[in-house]
Design a protein around this ligand. Sequence first.
Ligand SMILES: Cc1cc2nc3c(=O)[nH]c(=O)nc-3n(C[C@H](O)[C@H](O)[C@H](O)COP(=O)(O)O)c2cc1C
Length: 254
Amino acid sequence: MHVLIVHCHPEPRSFNAALKDMAVETLQRLGYTVEVSDLYAEGFDPAEGPGHYRAPANPEVFTALTEQRHASEAGSLPPDVRREIARLERADLVVFQFPLWWHAQPAMLKGWMDRVFVYGGLYTGKRRYDRGHFRGRRAICCVTTGGPAATFAHNGRGGDINLLLWPMHYSLYYMGYDVLPPFLAHGIQGGGPVYQAQDAFKAQLETYKAGWARRLETLEESTPIPFTGWDDWDERGVLRPGVEGYDYFIRAHP
Ligand SMILES: Cc1cc2nc3c(=O)[nH]c(=O)nc-3n(C[C@H](O)[C@H](O)[C@H](O)COP(=O)(O)O)c2cc1C
């Protein structure tokens, strides 16, 4: 098995980087080959825009979807996007490593998705969701949060983490991936411990690292997050009668 880790954190000494290193070590120990896409270290430009397209379909008006499809067909996608797509094509499993920033993935990772999940190349109107390009492959997010675990429950002030991560997970499903439940490390305060004493905090970090390694060792036991698919929707794109849905975002009843 070949694994791609898309690592999104600006600081090599961060806890996110430690989790990434733990994943590399664990996966290699399991006999997998591992590749890391280190978005900050590699200086990935997350801002989609006309500057990326040397031979645009329309030099007057920039339309991202038009330019992505044109560049994909013409073989003129930006080199960094081509490199990321090649990495994705090689990977049976993709790990996304990132901190929760403003209740979502950092803009760097969102921009990576904006640019790398190329319209026309990696998805079209017909080639998405459970008919997506990467079907049969798996993806998992490893996410750190500043807030403590309790605050990410359904009634916590941090917001239900399953809802916060839904757009990220659904985008991966849109691309065809089987999305495994995330690994979450809560209460990580980059600047130092806030909620706990120093020793307890350090011990907690080690526990999370060991937990992440264990999770990677037992990925085969993970059942993908359920989403509705083409068979569940009618011609208007809404749930057919009798299909309840699996989450708050797409559901039979308001
Ligand atoms: C711009 C920014 C936004 C953040 N937003 C949130 C947030 O919405 N919820 C939360 O729990 N923590 C938030 N945090 C805290 C980070 O999640 C926390 O610093 C990170 O998970 C710690 O991991 P690190 O030490 O590897 O950076 C935010 C931090 C930054 C810098």
